[in-house]
Design a protein. Structure first.
Length: 189
């Protein structure tokens, strides 16, 4: 899966608390963009759709930052709850339409990779995507939050309204399920 690398542009003395206390949207955007993008990309598997949804998320954050209260939840929990809701809205609205991702076609035509690399990457991504699609929505969401957004189990628990140990158990079982599904796919080749 494609990931965007965002160079750390924040002042090293800057803390997360300073970001939302100052309500400085530029810093919030720079600090969280990569993680929000990765989380959304894990769920939708399309670069352009992920960018659109990230834009919607940060637009909501920009307009609703005054409603945020650190007494209710940490800033990341609030931010990723908005991202999760944007993804849910996207899937709800796109149930009628199924389409082929243009990113898949672009990667096959890429000039930077050899044909062997393209085929190998494509096959690996396809196998992983097939395995991820066997998971239920809750499991997909937890995997995306853990590996896409790089959140800790405690943060995922707060976002999803679960206990930290429940998130750990679900994540462990999900990883076993994915491994089993990938191994099963290898046996049939």
């Amino acid at each position: 899966m494609q990931q965007i690398v965002l160079v750390g542009t924040l002042d090293k003395n800057e803390t997360r608390e300073d970001l939302y206390e100052k309500n400085d949207f530029t810093y919030i955007f720079k600090f969280y963009y990569k993680r929000v993008y990765n989380y959304i990309y894990y769920r939708v598997n399309c670069h352009h759709t992920a960018e659109d949804l990230v834009s919607q998320v940060f637009e909501k954050v920009m307009f609703k930052i005054d409603t945020y209260s650190k007494d209710k939840s940490p800033f990341e929990v609030w931010l990723f709850a908005i991202a999760r809701n944007a993804i849910n809205d996207y899937f709800r609205s796109s149930k009628k339409y199924r389409f082929l991702s243009i990113d898949t076609i672009k990667e096959l035509v890429s000039k930077k990779k050899t044909p062997e690399d393209i085929v190998e990457t494509s096959e690996t991504n396809d196998e992983l995507l097939k395995a991820l699609k066997t998971l239920d929505v809750r499991e997909q969401n937890i995997v995306a939050l853990k590996f896409g957004a790089e959140l800790k189990n405690v943060e995922i628990a707060e976002i999803l309204g679960l206990t930290e140990s429940n998130v750990g158990v679900v994540l462990y079982r999900t990883m076993k399920k994915l491994k089993k599904e990938l191994e099963r796919g290898e046996r049939y080749e």
